[in-house]
Design a protein around this ligand. Structure first.
Ligand code: NBP
Length: 485
């Protein structure tokens, strides 16, 4: 770089799919972007193929990259999560000066982000963990961005990030989420919700295919139709596309030649682990993660297929179920189960906020998830309104609008769970979400018995419904009750 050259507004380190698209997005919005990748080939390729889209400052070393940034320097890291991210953070921190901002835009575990924030802030630098959703297309054209870190750094960084984010109703899909790991925590739960959303769509497909015996092309049309109503969302839209695709080699529907074993990179699992630690029942996300794990247990599945008794199964025809009615019931069960997954995800977000002293605002999250990200959906507008009307909402399911929706869905939901069971078709999220819903609205839960058992074998004590305090029954003595506190 020569002295005369303008400095870059922002820099991107790591120019694989996400980083190169993000750099192009910044450049296309008129920002000068410094770009650096460990191996120079990716940097050279980006400038060669897309150099005409805007102003790029390619660098061959971290030092050259840092020197090409205006102050306070702002560098976004888009490298593999884990050790690679730590390595790049340390290189940048060594070359930067107090007040500069290091942003990790990868999918880091939020507790790693909290640790990194402590380490980097001790050096006088700012560290921002920013969740970025939308895959490669979003990175290029407008992702949903969830930046954490210190509020002061958002003053300098926010306008830059907002300029490349997706925009819905004039509002950018980017806002400061909260201190240290808040952005990555929220991105993690977003991904967990994405797991559940994909699984409920999968369960609906499975029922239309194997209960209603529809072809993938027919089901594609059903999803297209559903995408015009309450279920209007990116995931429903792409489902219709995938189901319509025909394999060029075999002439079969592509869905039939894809191995039914789903991969995962870990954010769903992290969401469930964090929920377990926080004591939040994210059953929909949990079942979705387990469903992917079971789909991947191919040796075990091969041993079990055709080899486990199914009991007496029936068919929709034998039960006299009308196909059109069944399709509508499945749509309603999908909508209700999806609502439960979002309600649970927001519960986890609220609990994570309390645990980590982040002032997380569910309404703001629903707002920035309306565009750019994988779970973008029309009904996020309703979630936004629900939390704006009552930020203290005990559950999304208790919002008057959603309560009214579930009132219209619940009978169909119950029918679908019963029918699927009678047909022997797996619906882990549909069924567990209905159980969660029934648990939530039950006046009495079997937990009273569990407390009795715990007191019997471990003297763990119980509380009484009619007076305060903790009590223990002398089970191995005369079975009288003593008050312990
Ligand atoms: P990858 O996750 O595949 O990482 C490849 C990049 O990391 C390359 O630039 C590579 O440099 C660099 N890198 C590695 Br690997 N080790 C390094 C090291 N020790 N030092 C410096 N650089 C190193 O890239 P991606 O798919 O573009 O994703 C980037 C981040 O964004 C990840 O954290 C990912 O989880 C997250 N993310 C991805 C998506 C998506 O849809 N792909 C969506 C949202 C978030 P090299 O070229 O020299 O090998």
């Amino acid at each position: 770089m020569t002295e005369q050259q303008a400095l870059a507004h922002i820099g991107v380190v790591g120019l694989a799919v996400m980083g190169s698209n993000l750099a192009r997005n910044f450049a296309s919005r008129g920002h000068t972007v410094a770009v650096y990748n460990r191996s120079y080939e990716k940097t050279a390729l980006l400038v060669e193929e897309h150099g005409n889209e805007g102003s790029f400052l390619p660098a061959k070393s971290i030092e050259e990259f840092v020197a090409s940034l205006e102050r306070p320097r702002r560098a976004i890291i888009m490298v593999q999560a884990g050790a690679a991210t730590d390595a790049v953070i340390n290189q940048l921190a060594d070359a930067m000066e107090p007040g500069d901002i290091i942003i990790d835009g990868g999918n880091a575990l939020y507790t790693d982000t909290m640790r990194r924030e402590r380490e980097i802030s001790a050096k006088g630098l700012h560290f921002v963990g920013a969740g970025i959703s939308g895959g490669e297309e979003g990175a290029l054209n407008g992702p949903s961005i969830m930046p954490g870190g210190p509020k002061e750094s958002y003053e300098s960084l926010g306008p830059l990030l907002e300029s490349i984010a997706a925009v819905v109703d004039g509002v950018p899909c980017c806002t400061h989420i909260g201190a240290d790991g808040a952005g990555h925590f929220v991105k993690m739960v977003h991904n967990g919700i994405e797991y559940a959303d994909m699984q409920v769509i999968g369960e609906a497909y499975h029922l239309l295919r194997y209960a209603a015996r529809m072809t993938p092309a027919e089901i594609s049309d059903v999803f297209k139709e559903w995408n015009t109503g309450d279920l209007d969302s990116y995931l429903v839209e792409i489902t219709a596309e995938v189901l319509a695709q025909v394999d060029a080699e075999t002439g079969q529907p592509l869905i039939d030649v894809i191995v039914d074993s789903a991969g995962q990179k870990g954010t769903g699992r992290w969401t469930v682990k964090a929920a377990l630690d926080l004591g939040i029942a994210t059953t929909g996300i949990g079942e979705a993660v387990f469903a992917r794990a079971l789909s991947g247990a191919r040796t075990q599945r091969t041993a079990a297929v055709g080899n486990l008794p199914a009991g007496t199964l029936t068919t929709l025809e034998a039960l006299g179920v009308d196909r059109a009615d069944f399709i509508e019931d499945v749509r309603r069960a999908l909508y209700a189960s999806k609502l439960v997954a979002y309600a649970q995800g927001f519960d986890e977000i609220k609990a994570g906020g309390v645990e980590n002293n982040w002032e997380l605002r569910p309404g703001d999250l629903a707002t920035i998830w309306r565009g750019g990200c994988i779970i973008r959906a029309k009904f996020l507008n309703r979630i936004k309104e629900a939390y704006e009307t009552d930020p203290e909402l005990q559950s999304l399911l208790l919002d008057p609008y959603f309560k009214g929706e579930v009132a219209n869905l619940v009978d169909s939901w119950r029918r679908v769970v019963v029918l699927s069971t009678q047909l022997g078709l797996p619906i882990p999220v549909f069924a567990s979400s209905l159980s969660y819903y029934d648990s939530l609205r039950s006046e009495r839960l079997p937990a009273a018995l569990i407390q009795g058992q715990r007191d019997f074998f471990g003297a763990h004590t119980y509380e009484r419904t009619d007076k305060p305090g903790h009590f223990h029954t002398l089970w191995s003595g005369d079975r009288t009750e003593v008050q312990t506190s």
